[in-house]
Ligand binder design. Structure first.
Ligand code: AMP
Ligand code: ZN
Length: 665
């Protein structure tokens, strides 16, 4: 046997033992013998560095240090899930799905919703390449070195599967391991970790991977993303993934009706406390992969899946005081400061009260005993007041009349539930908040500058608005607390680089009230430059698809404000992108102006997303359901039968992928 063959043999053996132990939970070798083999392999690899393999089982022990986690754009976006809380919600979802596909004979998978940190694992030619956190869904952090230490994740897969794919799952800390970690911490006189989920996601961001290797992390997998069409259903592809080495929980179950889904829900609602890890609900997915593709995504979540949340835990506690927070748009949020109480594994001290109406509706008062509930959200909410415990001298809550930060009288416009502090340019949290929003990932994405530094820069009088960022000099920044020459340079370089950020993101970054990411995209596409947008009047604005009165008025107000006009002029001078670049205007035409398309079925020359983009780039509109307004249906293979009938009834032209390509070329 050559050295290389011996190395291969040991690697295969050790991988297999890891698989048996960590995935199948069935040890096939003693720890002692495992160590002997591992030592032998280590020795051979050191003596023969030409056979180094970053996916060797020797690489699991960690040791790599990551100072800054690199940002990586996901090849396929990592969406959230829509939530449901009742059987009615699920029935509604089923109706939407059936309507979307034009058929009723569907099959669903039911899975547990694991509560940890989501992860995307990339495999190429059967080899593990990288692991990236979900981040904002579009881009996340490269945590490969840390994830590699998790023994249940295969570094190379055993048999035939698909060649290139991404495996998605949840990194979790099983309760056993979590409790052990806490016992150790207590023994060392350290504070206990709060809950498994936060500890799992915190572990992924540790700088020293050898530390991560010591933690009993695990990874449960639930989704394969691939362009290869080898498998027909979600269930089938997961079964095969399990067979080639992935830890796919066996709890996954097929269901043909929502009643069957509900059986699964009821079963696990009771039994979930017997599981070795935490779960906060169930995820239901359309099983057929082609149907998943056909249903596609909303701007946030797949239409082909829905989460069902188990009923949240509730506790009661005393509300000590109501305080008010000021957001970047000046919006006031009342906050309930609570007597600290344990709830669903964490200590809760605060709850959101939303707005004045909410307080009035529930008649929430200071010193009341209130019921607090925690769903999936980070901030818990108050459900009701325990009136039996209300003190006799209790007084109704008088909502704040002035800004807690700058004392300006608050305003509230008709139809808006929130109060606002109108002192836009003089109210500290608004100034800081606007700049923090400006630099954030989905906006100008400025590396090397964080939220706290923004606040510090403002306190030091170095910035009053986002345009001031572009005037900052390295020398001004170095003297600040916790700054050094290198970090100051990084910060200025990050600011400089943001001048390349495309207009649609700049528009979002400006922080115009009600102009979120999607609206900013629409406006950028329609108006093409900030000048066109700011000179547009109310009528012109509401004529844009999906722009309503509220958004239009907000843009008009923004555009008429002298302060804003000056800010924009300055951004222009610095070279920030305030119009759509020539590059992105290329390939865009008005050929499909005014025409509404529905895309259905499976395509061969373009992906469904490319097809949709081509429609929009050529001025057309994509709609998800067939109606009288639809002009064309681009039909691929396997379009749902009832969709076809509906299209024929309405006399809508059905065209092929090729017809469409001819239309735009
Ligand atoms: P949410 O964060 O509430 O929008 O829920 C979406 C997240 O649920 C995903 O990003 C996953 O991390 C997580 N998740 C947990 N279990 C599953 C599952 N079985 N299928 C899909 N997503 C899951
Ligand atoms: Zn204020």
């Amino acid at each position: 046997m050559t050295v290389l063959e011996r190395i291969q043999l040991l690697r295969d053996e050790l991988n297999n033992h890891n698989y048996n132990y960590y995935v199948l939970d069935n040890a096939t070798i003693s720890d002692f013998d495992f160590d002997i083999k591992l030592k032998e392999l280590e020795k051979l690899e050191i003596e023969n560095p030409e056979f180094f393999d970053s996916n060797s089982p020797t690489q699991r022990v960690g040791g790599a240090i990551t100072k800054n986690f690199e940002t990586i754009t996901h090849k396929n976006r990592m969406y959230s899930l829509d939530n449901s809380y009742s059987k009615e919600d699920l029935l509604d979802w089923e109706k939407r799905v059936q309507k979307g596909l034009g058929r009723e004979d569907l099959e669903y998978t039911c899975e547990l919703k694991f509560d940890g940190a989501s992860i995307n694992l990339t495999y190429e030619n059967g080899k593990f390449i990288k692991a990236v956190t979900r981040g904002d869904g579009f881009q996340g952090d490269n945590v490969t070195a840390n994830v590699k230490t998790i023994r249940s994740i295969p570094l190379s897969i055993k048999n035939e599967f698909v060649s290139n794919f991404q495996m998605r799952g949840e990194i979790i800390l099983p309760l056993d391991g979590f409790n052990k970690m806490n016992e150790e911490r207590v023994a060392n006189g350290e504070e206990e970790y709060r809950n498994p989920r936060n500890t799992a996601s915190g572990s992924l961001k540790l700088q020293d991977s050898a530390e991560v290797a010591k933690r009993p992390l695990d990874c449960l997998l639930y989704q394969v993303v691939t362009e290869e069409r080898k498998y027909k259903t979600h269930f089938e592809i997961l079964e095969n993934a399990r067979n080639v080495g992935f830890k796919v929980p066996k709890t996954i179950t097929l269901a043909k009706t929502i009643d069957e889904v509900f059986d699964f829900v009821n079963h696990w609602d009771k039994k979930r406390h017997d599981l070795p890890y935490e779960t906060d609900g169930v995820v239901i997915k359309v099983n057929n992969l082609q149907q998943q593709e056909e249903l596609g995504y909303t701007s946030k979540a797949p239409r082909w899946a829905i989460a069902y949340k188990f009923k949240a835990e509730q506790v009661s506690t005393v509300l000590n005081e109501i305080t008010y927070q000021v957001g970047r748009t000046g919006a006031i949020t009342p906050v309930a400061n609570l007597e600290p109480v344990q709830l669903a594994g964490t200590t809760v001290k605060r709850a959101s009260l939303h707005n004045a109406d909410q307080i009035a509706k529930l008649d929430i008062r200071e010193n009341d005993t209130v019921f607090v509930e925690k769903g999936g959200e980070i901030i818990p909410k108050i459900i009701a007041v325990d009136l039996t415990k209300r003190p006799i001298d209790s007084q109704p809550t008088m909502y704040a009349t002035n800004c807690p930060e700058c004392n300006t009288a608050l305003v509230r416009t008709e139809g808006d539930a929130k109060h606002y502090c109108p002192n836009e340019f003089g109210c500290a949290p608004q100034i800081t908040g606007r700049i923090q929003h400006f630099i954030s990932r989905k906006a100008m994405d400025i590396d090397g500058l964080g939220g706290e530094t923004v606040d510090l820069l403002r306190k030091e009088g170095l910035i009053q608005n986002y345009a001031d960022l572009y005037d900052l000099k390295v020398e001004q920044v170095i003297p600040l607390e916790r700054m050094a020459e290198k970090s100051a340079q990084n910060m200025i370089a990050g600011i400089e680089k943001s001048k390349e950020i495309p207009f649609e993101k700049v528009l979002f970054a400006l922080g115009i009230r009600f102009v979120g990411e999607t609206v900013a995209k629409k406006l950028a596409k329609h108006f093409k430059s900030i000048d066109n947008l700011m000179t547009a009047n109310f009528e012109e604005l509401i004529n844009v698809d999906e722009i309503g009165d509220r958004i239009a008025q907000s843009i008009v107000d923004f555009s008429n404000d002298l302060g804003n006009i000056q800010l924009i002029e300055r951004l222009k001078v610095y070279g920030v992108q305030l119009e759509v670049s020539a590059e992105s205007l290329e390939n865009q035409t008005n050929k499909l102006e005014g025409q509404v398309f529905v895309v259905s079925g499976v395509f061969h020359q373009m992906s469904r997303n490319e097809l949709k983009k081509a429609i929009e780039d050529n001025g057309g509109k994509v709609s998800s359901s067939i109606s009288k307004k639809t002009n064309f249906i681009v039909a691929g293979d396997n379009m749902g039968p009832s969709k076809l009938t509906k299209a024929q009834d309405l006399g809508i032209s059905i065209i092929s992928e090729q017809d469409f390509i001819d239309k735009i070329s």
